[in-house]
Design a protein around this ligand. Structure first.
Ligand code: PLP
Length: 386
């Protein structure tokens, strides 16, 4: 019998109900109703340039290419060059996916992994890495360092290692040196590395003058990481967050052309193709950097309101250098923090959703409107200006 983890969100129902009944007339509109910072679903409009491209491609009687059109794959390679410091993505090693969650969930199976194989992922992580390992019947192993894998034998060496940078829920960014070490280790042991980088454009760190860092989070495909070869490496990326496209299911995977070719083969047989209008929308989104700058500014403003308010409430924010969450702790069980915030009408996710190691944390999303973020800040004692 396939054993999947429990779907944890149901356990938040009582806190949600309590938070929804919050009312503080002294705060005016800011004192009314729920502020839901528990899920990371975008709330701002899909950019007009993208909507237009979708509408213009609405006449689509034929099947779309599973591999995506050449111009789409070239646009992805161009985005890596312009935004990620990766000049050498081969368009043959690019494949559009139906959002990135499906790829995360099915990658072990698409790679032909199964019982007896190990799939490793971070100890505090987006739950779908674990789900994907289980769907394929492999052994999921959560580790916070490669040394935690213990002595490596043929049976314990992972076939696939997931990285997530910037991390969800922690917002931790992995540096070039760290990524390079992981890649060199993986090559020594024949491990495929898949790096989920879907928050890379939302990096809050200041660039130093003259910095050679790319403008976004470093990629697993960066030449300083790979030494110029993408063999055994995959980068998973999504437009859901940077382009408000979660409803379109718009993402891609890029890297080793041989590996991507094998995924393509299975996906063709399985009908896992991105709808034609969405492919055209992705092309338009990748061709327009302005809306990403605009969206990043919205989240930066919300973050600058929420973070000091959360700290004023007594939480310590850890990591959170990038991405759409504040990863915070009061040094008490995260569930207790969830309750205390629910008393102020604010719903957040307990850290244990992301692994037992997160049990003293909460994840606070920046994905609410300016008005709701300002309301949260007022309730927490902050100034509340978004
Ligand atoms: C780390 C991470 N990977 C993948 C996804 C899935 O994104 P999508 O399926 O919308 O591309 C999410 C969504 O929140 C995420 O946080």
């Amino acid at each position: 019998m396939l054993r999947l983890p429990d779907f944890p969100w149901d356990s938040l129902a009582a806190a949600k109900q309590r938070a929804s009944s919050f009312s503080d007339p002294a705060l005016g509109a800011a004192g009314q109703g729920l502020v839901d910072l528990s899920v990371g679903t975008p709330v701002d409009p899909t950019p007009p340039v993208v909507r237009r491209a979708l509408a213009e491609a609405a006449d689509a009687p034929g099947y779309p290419l599973t591999w995506g059109t050449a111009d789409l794959r070239e646009a992805v390679a161009g985005w890596f060059a312009a935004r990620r410091g990766v000049p050498d993505v081969d368009p043959a090693g690019v494949l559009p996916t139906i959002g990135s969650k499906e790829l995360v969930a099915w990658l072990p199976l698409l790679m032909g992994l199964g019982p007896g194989d190990v799939v490793a992922f971070p100890r505090v992580a987006y739950p779908t890495y674990d789900v994907g390992a289980r769907l394929a019947g492999t052994t999921p192993v959560a580790v916070d360092a490669l040394t935690a894998l213990g002595p490596l034998t043929a049976a314990t060496t992972p076939k696939l290692l997931w990285l997530n940078t910037p991390g969800n829920p922690t917002g931790q960014v992995l540096g070039i040196e760290h990524l390079a070490k992981v890649v060199s280790w993986a090559r020594r042991h024949g491990v495929v590395v898949a790096s989920d980088e879907c928050y890379a454009e939302l990096d809050w760190r200041e660039r130093e003058a003259g910095s050679v860092e790319p403008p976004t989070t470093p990629s697993i495909l960066d030449p300083r990481v790979t030494g110029g070869s993408h063999e055994g490496l995959l980068c998973v990326y999504s437009l859901s967050k940077q382009s408000n496209l979660a409803g379109y299911r718009a993402a891609f995977v890029a890297g080793d052309p041989a590996l991507v070719g094998r995924l393509l083969e299975v996906r063709k047989h399985a009908g896992m193709m991105v709808p034609w209008p969405v492919q055209r929308a992705v092309l338009a989104a990748l061709g327009d950097a302005d809306h990403v700058v605009e969206q990043k500014a919205r989240y930066a403003a919300r973050r600058s309101v929420l973070r000091p308010a959360v700290e004023a409430f007594g939480l310590r924010v850890e990591h959170s250098q990038a991405g759409l969450y504040l990863w915070a702790t009061a040094g008490e069980p995260g569930r207790a923090t969830v309750e205390r915030l629910a008393d102020r009408g604010i719903l957040v996710a307990p850290g244990d959703f992301y692994g037992a190691a997160g049990r003293e944390h909460v994840r606070i999303a920046l994905t609410a409107t300016d008005e709701r973020v300002a309301a949260a800040a007022r309730r927490l004692g902050g100034p509340g200006e978004a």
